[in-house]
Design a protein. Structure first.
Length: 203
């Protein structure tokens, strides 16, 4: 009976190994280093948001060249065609039929555009499935493949899923972010990424 029980446990263990081959496991430290080093990319997808007073969605095309960014929004809250672009020290909001607005950060411009602040500086890390380098990590959890599944930074709680193999590496296909603060309204954001590419040359 004891030998039979041991045999059963051995079979369960072996079955578990088959269900999760070692070749499919990504080591977090290596993956984090690879994603942190990824400084040039393009994502195409759809972003939706919800606050206590408003909601909306838009298609997003985001190109990143090291510290330079170029984000195009189209759809309801994109007001047709909206572009936010810039670099480390300046950002420009460009909308059809309106004068350009310049600021020292994209986050400030997002407040002008949406009525709430989109944390672009942190989002440039989060979209790659790694924590922002500019906020302390309160809590994090990896999935069975050693990819980031849950993250808490600042007043943000994020979940990552639908990882996909791309020419740039393993990257998330869906990110859900919730912002809760005692001084600001709560914010719920869902980003579904349809494609990851290398950015076009120039901007």
């Amino acid at each position: 009976m004891i030998n039979r029980a041991l045999l059963c446990l051995l079979l369960i263990a072996l079955t578990g190994c088959v269900a999760q081959p070692i070749s499919s496991t990504v080591q977090w430290r290596t993956h984090h280093a690879d994603m942190h080093a990824l400084q040039e990319w393009q994502l195409i997808g759809k972003m939706g948001y919800r606050t206590d007073h408003d909601n909306g969605s838009a298609w997003i095309n985001w190109q990143q060249h090291t510290t330079d960014f170029d984000v195009h929004l189209s759809g309801p809250f994109g007001a047709g065609t909206t572009r936010i672009y810039g670099g480390q020290r300046t950002a420009v909001l460009s909308q059809a039929g309106k004068d350009d607005v310049t600021s020292n950060s994209a986050a400030t411009l997002s407040q002008t555009l949406f009525g709430w602040t989109l944390p672009v500086q942190h989002l440039s890390y989060w979209v790659k499935g790694i924590p922002s380098a500019h906020l302390p990590v309160t809590r994090s959890r990896l999935d069975q493949h050693q990819l980031l599944e849950h993250l808490e930074q600042g007043h943000w709680q994020l979940t990552f899923s639908r990882y996909q193999h791309t020419e740039l590496g393993l990257l998330p296909g869906k990110i859900v972010a919730d912002y809760h603060s005692s001084t600001e309204q709560p914010l719920h954001i869902v980003l579904v990424i349809k494609a990851w590419n290398r950015p076009a040359e120039g901007r």
